[in-house]
Design a protein around this ligand. Sequence first.
Ligand SMILES: NC(=O)c1ccc[n+]([C@@H]2O[C@H](COP(=O)([O-])OP(=O)(O)OC[C@H]3O[C@@H](n4cnc5c(N)ncnc54)[C@H](OP(=O)(O)O)[C@@H]3O)[C@@H](O)[C@H]2O)c1
Length: 329
Amino acid sequence: MRGLVVPRTTGPDGLELRDDLPEPRGAHPWADGERLLVEVRAAAVAFPDLLQSRGAYQHGTPAPYVTGGEYAGVVLEASPGSRFRPGDRVAGLSVWGAVAERVLGIPRYTVQIPPSMSWIDAAAFFLNYATAWFTLDRAGFEDGQAVLVHGAAGGVGTATLDLLRGRAKPSIAVVSSDAKAAVAEQCGADVVLRTEDGWAVRARELTGDGVDVVVDPVGGDRVTDSLRALDVGGRLMVVGFAEGTIPEVRLNRLLLRNLSVVGVALDPWEQRFPGYAPELIAGLEAAAAAGSVRPYVGHRLPLEVATGALGILDRRQALGKVVIDVAAD
Ligand SMILES: NC(=O)c1ccc[n+]([C@@H]2O[C@H](COP(=O)([O-])OP(=O)(O)OC[C@H]3O[C@@H](n4cnc5c(N)ncnc54)[C@H](OP(=O)(O)O)[C@@H]3O)[C@@H](O)[C@H]2O)c1
């Protein structure tokens, strides 16, 4: 089997395309013994795959391993009693292993994909949209509220903007370049601000009292300004730390203005509150079937030249999702 391998956890530059990989056996370790074997048509990498290539991801697997946290493809084998059947078009999380001809899926984090959605778009769907959906749900977002999105042209950012399209009043994107501003606009941002331009002050001016929700997959030194941008009662959603440092928050800032800082991690939530993921999956499937989601794929790489895929994320160059075409046509 062919696949893209991280031979050692020394970072994004050492990827190797190999054609002598063993076929996936048994079930994915996260799948409670339920085998779901998928023929991969397209796969995708995201920031967690970059962290994993450095051995810095909490859910990682030891090297050597096949990279790729998510996939889209056709079910080859499903366990008895599964809601999936051979021949189903699916997409989902694999955490690793997706950039290969076949992958083991995790049934509880797998969605049915309508024929109207391309394999490339489907590979860009699950992780970012599940994260964005869960984030907005945990934030208690209601239509008409103001939401500021950091890293808005990245994977999580573009999906969040897409879900907020026509619902947030307004959605405010924060990005670092012209190219990223154009992506954020295309994904539905009502207002685009630049990281270097006093964005927190501008967000308060635009909204009067401040935003209701900040979605932050970036972290670093912008956290205090994020709190300043919030209205009384606002929520700062902690999604990730792409900037590389984990910020600290002075609690007096929360007390004085009734602010909340809320962590976002789907799997622990599902473990504690089983039944949440099926509800989320049903929502994602309905959105995909209705054609109301438009994943933004900024990079489509044939498998043969995909060894640079993680480097795009590492250089802060990713626009939307980085997708690898394994057999998409
Ligand atoms: N909690 C969850 O369930 C969950 C799920 C998925 C991902 N995540 C986390 O969310 C974060 C974002 O993931 P993603 O897939 O959206 O990543 P991404 O596509 O690479 O986007 C990250 C964005 O962060 C900004 N950034 C600021 N400093 C950066 C740096 N030094 N290097 C790279 N980017 C930097 C960039 O925007 P600008 O250049 O415009 O500032 C970039 O577009 C990661 O930390 C990831 O692990 C969490």
